[in-house]
Each structure stands twice: as structure tokens, then as C-alpha cells.
Design a protein around this ligand. Structure first.
Ligand code: FAD
Ligand code: FES
Length: 282
């Protein structure tokens, strides 16, 4: 084996047959596509099957129409679903050509969706109040987890400034206690969301933590949990190509019982949600 190119087959179990069967490709018409705040938009789509099959933390891979010069789909966490009516919503931030194009698409435009993809968050243990730690689009990625949690979570939202704080009212409407931090102090606690997490962990006996946001934030969350002898789940943000396990563009290092101490795992298939303690952070 060539040093530096070592590739281990994952020790994690392959996604189950029922999970593969749940993968659906379908055309979905845009019901609405509107700016929420700043560069953040919400698009609501009419699906037939994906909204019904979605579990919290999963994502859809979106083929943009009239964008043929860019063949790759764009992955977006599933923010909310209304299974009874097939409605599926995504919150996205304009960061490049694809998301800028998406923001221009009017109601009635048909998008091709592949989903629901990936392994989402575990259901919280009965009777516990989970702690959600979210930043940026991570607020959207954790919303369904909060919505389906039997006990409404304590939600900690972090952002650079007030314009980056998403879904505060929506989480509160679920019955969640919401605490906000911003780096510049323009909203909530001045500082990092991980400072809010330290306080929350001091207050909680057996915490169940679910987190999504920028990778440095997730790393900080993992370090705090490890220092306290705790674990939690983190949804990793990693660029993807195929989204279904075929291209290996999305690999991350997970800890492994081998001479290297790690192995590559495909985020699109075995993630994006992983145990914080299982990630080989570097
Ligand atoms: C599992 C998963 C779930 C996601 N969920 C959401 C979501 O709910 N809402 C949302 O707004 N975005 C989400 N993303 C990120 C989203 O896929 C990218 O922002 C999008 O593909 C960028 O497309 P683009 O053509 O606009 O940008 P590009 O022109 O492709 O890139 C523009 C810039 O954005 C950067 N970029 C591209 N992809 C990512 C990424 N994954 N993370 C960080 N930077 C990136 C590029 O490096 C480049 O600097 C998710 C990504 C993954 C892997
Ligand atoms: S994106 Fe192709 S294997 Fe994950």
C-alpha cells in the first residue's frame, strides 16, 4: 500500500437496504422562493415521496435547471417537511454561482431532487431535553430534529452578527428555549456559541447534544464534550459530488482501530451526522 494514499474500507456498517430503498429521485415544483434575511433564502418545494421519507439531519441533492454547464448537484439539508402535503423546505445561503442561480428561480420551476440522503441525527433518549448547537445553515439542518424531539431542546444559535442568526422565532415556536450568541454582540451573548454550550452543560445532568455549523465550531463542540467525558452528534459540512457513495469526493477521516488510527469514510453515505468522538479531527 502506498504511504499517504492508504484507503481503508469503512468499519461502519453500510447503510441498510431499507435506507437505499428510501432514496427517491423526483421532480419537485417550487412553491415559493423568498429571501429570509441577508443572503439567506428559503425555498419550498412540492414533493411526492421525499418529504414523507425524510429523517432529521438528512439532505437533498438538487439538480438546478437551466444550469447545464455545471453538471454537479448541490446538497442542502432538509429544513422542514410537511409529509401530509409533500412540502419540503430548504434554507440556503448564496455563496456562489449555483445558489445565486437558485435564488432567481420563480415559483413553478421544476427542480430534480435526489433524497432523502445520508444518515441523520439519532432520536434523543426518552425524557431527555437535548441541546442543539447551531450556526449558519446548521440552524436549518437541526430544525427537524428539534421539531420531532419529544422534549423541546435547548437551542444554542451562534453567528458572526445578528444577520447570521436564523430561525430563532421558529425554534421558540416549537417550545424550545433559545439562547443566542454573536461574535460582535449585535444579538444575544457577545462571544462564541461554545461558551453558551459550556454553561448549558453545567446545567444538564445527561446531555444529548446535536450540532451543525461550520467545521471549526463542530471541532470546538467535540473538544468540549471530550474534555467532559461526553459525546454528541455533529453534522459535518463537506463538499460533495455524487451524493450517493460512488465518487469518494466527500471522504473524511474517522478514528479506526488500525496502525494509522483512522480510516476514510464517505460523508454522503455514512454521514453527514457522526458521533463527535468518532471523527479524527485535524
Ligand atoms: C450535507 C450538506 C448539507 C448542506 N446544507 C446546506 C444548507 O442547508 N444550506 C446551505 O446554504 N448550504 C448547505 N450546504 C452547502 C451547499 O451545498 C453549498 O453552499 C453549495 O453547494 C454551494 O453551491 P454554489 O454553486 O453556490 O457555490 P460554488 O460556486 O460551488 O462555491 C462557492 C464557494 O462556496 C464554497 N462551498 C461550496 N460548497 C461548500 C460547502 N459544502 N461548505 C462550505 N463552503 C462550500 C466553495 O468552496 C466556494 O468558495 C450543505 C452542504 C452539505 C455537504
Ligand atoms: S459525494 Fe460521491 S461518494 Fe460522497
Amino acid at each position: 500500500m502506498v504511504k499517504g494514499c492508504r484507503f481503508h474500507l469503512p468499519a461502519n456498517p453500510e447503510p441498510t437496504e431499507s435506507m437505499r430503498m428510501a432514496r427517491i429521485q423526483e421532480d419537485a415544483a417550487i412553491l415559493g422562493n423568498r429571501r429570509l434575511q441577508g443572503d439567506y433564502f428559503q425555498v419550498d418545494m412540492q414533493t411526492t415521496g421525499i418529504a414523507v421519507a425524510t429523517q432529521p439531519g438528512q439532505f437533498v441533492h438538487v439538480q438546478l435547471p437551466q444550469f447545464e454547464h455545471r453538471v454537479l448537484r448541490r446538497p442542502f439539508s432538509i429544513y422542514d417537511v410537511d409529509p401530509a402535503n409533500g412540502r419540503l423546505s430548504v434554507i440556503y445561503k448564496i455563496v456562489g454561482e449555483g445558489t445565486a442561480h437558485l435564488a432567481e428561480l420563480p415559483a413553478g420551476t421544476v427542480l430534480n431532487l435526489l433524497g432523502p440522503l445520508g444518515m441523520g441525527f439519532s432520536a434523543p433518549p426518552a425524557g431527555t431535553r437535548p441541546i442543539v448547537v447551531a450556526g449558519g445553515y446548521g440552524c436549518a439542518a437541526t430544525y427537524l430534529f428539534a421539531k420531532r424531539s419529544p422534549v423541546p431542546p435547548l437551542v444554542l444559535i451562534g453567528g458572526r452578527s445578528a444577520g447570521d442568526v436564523l430561525l430563532e422565532a421558529e425554534f421558540a415556536a416549537l417550545g424550545c428555549e433559545v439562547r443566542v450568541s454573536t461574535n460582535d454582540g449585535s444579538c444575544g451573548h457577545r462571544g462564541l456559541v461554545t461558551e453558551l454550550l459550556e454553561t448549558a452543560l453545567d446545567e444538564t445532568a445527561l446531555p444529548c447534544v446535536a450540532s451543525c455549523g461550520p467545521n471549526p465550531m463542530l471541532y470546538a463542540v467535540a473538544r468540549i464534550l471530550a474534555r467532559r467525558g461526553l459525546d454528541g452528534e455533529v453534522s459535518l459540512d463537506h463538499a460533495m459530488c455524487c451524493g450517493v457513495g460512488a465518487c469518494f469526493a466527500c471522504v473524511v477521516k474517522l478514528k479506526a482501530d488500525n496502525p494509522d488510527g483512522w480510516e476514510y469514510i464517505r460523508t454522503c453515505l455514512h454521514g453527514p451526522v457522526f458521533k463527535a468522538s468518532s471523527v479524527h479531527w485535524e
